[in-house]
Design a protein around this ligand. Structure first.
Ligand code: GLU
Length: 423
């Protein structure tokens, strides 16, 4: 994996990174100390051990996690990831980000996250199904349609959500589709959910370009990550006239200053085990070069901790739109600010996914389903309103968009914590 994006990953406590931003925003907006203490400590953390029969006949034990960070604005919401680096610190950080993300998008949700430490690329479909079902059963007391609502995240998709929902329904003895979002359409999923996170990245990019007085048709972009978020973001941005000059995934990275044909890249990946290795529509470059190559807009849509104090000063983009969760370390933030790079932070930029998850939950509760156009229109409007609120708070508090997003979220959560009160 020498040319992988893993090269630039830095290992540090992700929850500390969340607390660093939380403290900075709390100070700027004068958040009350008791609310800060509440939000520094997740509400509930559950770890389970899942013994699974592997295809070899041997039993392997997997660690499963679910952390509920907050439920002040509503039931907790957040994805479940399957990845080898899943651990309690990471899940805790991602759960807290979900609280802030849902508040930024003005959704009636708190935040949670789950994960299983496993390598889904090296597991059979049968093993993944048994693992997904075992997790849903083990977490039956944690999740609930008005309690805690999972969704896909890294390494999971509608397929795993379908298994988990089916298992949960069997255990409960009734059909409760709204307990999990990001489901396949046939079992109560929402049209538009699959592309929603990428769509949110596109809407946020257009809103930022407008504020910067840049015409999307004269702008170039690099998108790191070609999974559910990056591939849709690259496609939707190119449909808006943005010239995509760089793309990459965990197998290979590419650059072409004349622009990459995204449709050709999507067709290639579809026939190539969903990866870009071997694509010939651009020059292959090192993964570490992708983020620092020439472009106007940089979209990190793969992993956390890829923009660090080592490479931040070399970034050439004017605008960063964070498709991934936590792609920028707190140490890199001041370097970007100093260079005048505008960064649309993850909790705003990638909130399109959970926004359409919310629409899915609303449709499940009503038992009435919307057209894709209805979903997209409602999504775009919500994203535009969220972007404006953060942009305005950034100028009001004279701070970065990241801190402004935290401030916006904290203002909403603070009210809820205070109204609900303490023992
Ligand atoms: N896993 C996605 C995220 O990090 C979606 C969460 C959801 O839809 O609940 O935002």
């Amino acid at each position: 994996m020498s040319q992988s994006v893993m090269e630039v990953q830095v290992h540090e406590s992700m929850f500390d990174a969340v607390l660093a931003r939380l403290n900075a925003a709390a100070k700027l907006m004068n958040l009350s100390d008791e609310v800060l203490q509440v939000l520094r400590n997740p509400q509930k953390e559950v770890k389970v051990s899942l013994p699974i029969t592997m295809d070899s006949g041997k039993i392997q034990i997997f660690e499963g996690y679910r952390t509920v960070h907050s439920t002040h604005l509503g039931p907790s919401k957040g994805g479940i990831r399957f990845a080898m680096d899943v651990n309690s610190d990471e899940v805790r950080a991602l759960a807290a980000w979900m609280s802030f993300k849902c508040a930024v998008a003005n959704l009636p949700y708190g935040g949670a996250k789950g994960g299983i430490k496993c390598d889904p690329r090296n597991m059979s479909v049968g093993e993944l199904e048994r693992l997904s079902r075992a997790y849903a059963k083990a977490m039956k007391e944690v999740i609930g349609v008005n309690k805690d609502i999972p969704a896909p995240d890294m390494g999971t998709s509608g397929r795993e959500m379908a298994w988990m929902l089916d298992e949960y329904n069997k255990v409960m003895g009734e059909d409760i589709p709204g307990v999990i979002t990001g489901k396949p359409i046939a079992i109560g999923g929402s049209l538009g959910r699959d592309a929603a996170t990428g769509r949110g990245v596109m809407v946020n990019t257009l809103a930022a370009l407008k504020r910067l007085n840049l015409n999307p048709k004269n702008v170039t972009a690099i998108v790191q990550g070609f999974g559910n978020v990056g591939s849709h973001a690259a496609r939707l941005l190119s449909e808006q006239g943005v010239k995509i000059v760089g793309i990459g995934d965990h197998t290979a990275s590419f650059y072409n200053e004349k622009g990459i044909d995204i449709k050709a890249a999507l067709d290639f990946a579809a026939k190539n085990n969903k990866v870009l290795k071997g694509f010939t529509g651009a020059t292959e470059i090192k993964a570490s070069e992708l983020l620092v190559s020439a472009c106007d807009v940089l979209v990190p849509a793969a992993l956390q901790n890829v923009i660090t104090e080592e490479n931040a000063s070399k970034i050439q983009a004017k605008l960063i739109v964070e498709g991934a969760n936590g792609p920028t370390t707190p140490q890199a933030d001041p370097i970007l600010n100093e260079k005048g790079i505008i960064c649309v932070p993850d909790i705003l930029a990638n909130s399109g996914g959970v926004t359409v998850s919310y629409f899915e939950w609303v449709q499940n509760k009503a038992g009435y389903y919307w057209t894709e156009d209805e979903v997209n229109q409602k999504h775009d409007l919500k994203m535009e309103i969220a972007f404006e609120a953060i942009w305005n708070n950034a100028s009001k508090y004279k701070c970065s968009m990241r801190l402004a997003a935290y401030i916006t979220a904290l203002q909403r959560i603070e009210q809820a914590v205070k109204f609900k009160g303490f023992y």
